[in-house]
Each structure stands twice: as C-alpha cells, then as structure tokens.
Unconditional design. Structure first.
Length: 159
C-alpha cells in the first residue's frame, strides 16, 4: 500500500508503476493490478486504516492484470489531463459497502495517446508522501511527513 498527498500524485505513481513493471520485467512478466481511492485515513505508526483504505483494496480486487482502477471520487479530483484519460467501468457492488461504487479505469499505456510531457513519468518524485510496498512477503518502507489527507493506493502483484 502507498499513500500520497493528492489524487494526481497517486494516479501518476500508479501509471509509473505499471510502466516500470512493463519495462523491467519483459523476460518474466509481473502481474500488477492497482486500485486507489481518495479520502481521509487513520495513520497508525507505519500503517493506514479506515474505509478509504478498505475501498481502495476492494477496487484493486476488481482490477485485472495491468489495469489501474479508481473511483468517481478520485476522478472528480484529478486534473483535466488525467480525467480525460479514463474509461468508465460502471457501478460495482463491493463487499463491506452498502452502495455500489462508480469505477473508472486509468488509461496508462503509451498506445492511449498520452503525451509523456503531460505526466513527466520519468521525473516523478514521491514528494511529501509515505511509501510502503509489499512484494514477495517483504516490506520496503520510506516515511516522509504528510501535510494533507493522503490518497490510499493499494497495489496487488501476482496472477
């Protein structure tokens, strides 16, 4: 799981993760599925808790290999360029939530005609965020102070 200071940073990071996984794992594909949501979370030491994290995890559970999914709440808060490069996936009933969630796919592949300058993917810096990645049972952590409500990003790897 990763947390970011704003939805744009989360979307850019998710896109960057997919691009890097595709570039670096050509000989042994890494199945990356990403889902994220935006809102206030509870921070407990090096972990985040709450409905936002749970919803992000449920959205990630809907994602298929090499997909990035998010919610209407996030889409409403993204900058124009990021909003334009999304595809509606419809309302989805998610375990633990009373009402269906409107899910959107973030189009991240170069074939979707995203101009590299719009995203500056190679220059992206995880600024003002807490980053925690889990892969193969290991945790890698880097903590920086957060000044605003983070966006929860849940990353799933595997088949």
């Amino acid at each position: 799981m990763s947390a970011f200071a704003d939805p744009d940073a989360a979307a850019l990071a998710a896109r960057q993760m997919q691009l890097r996984a595709q570039e670096r794992c050509q000989d042994r594909p890494l199945s990356v599925r990403i889902g994220f949501h935006w809102g206030s979370v509870i921070r407990l030491k090096d972990d985040y808790l709450g409905d936002v994290v749970n919803l992000a995890a449920r959205v990630a559970g809907l994602a298929t290999v090499e997909r990035i999914l998010t919610t209407q709440t996030v889409r409403d808060r993204l900058s124009g360029t990021l909003q334009e490069n999304m595809y509606p996936r419809g309302d989805k009933a998610l375990k633990g939530f009373d009402t269906p969630v409107d899910v959107w796919e973030v189009l991240w592949r170069p074939a979707t005609d995203l101009a590299p300058a719009r995203f500056a993917a190679d220059n992206f810096v995880f600024a003002d965020s807490h980053l925690r990645l889990r892969h193969g049972g290991r945790n890698t952590s880097s903590t920086r102070p957060m000044s605003r409500s983070p966006s929860a990003v849940w990353i799933r790897t595997g088949s």
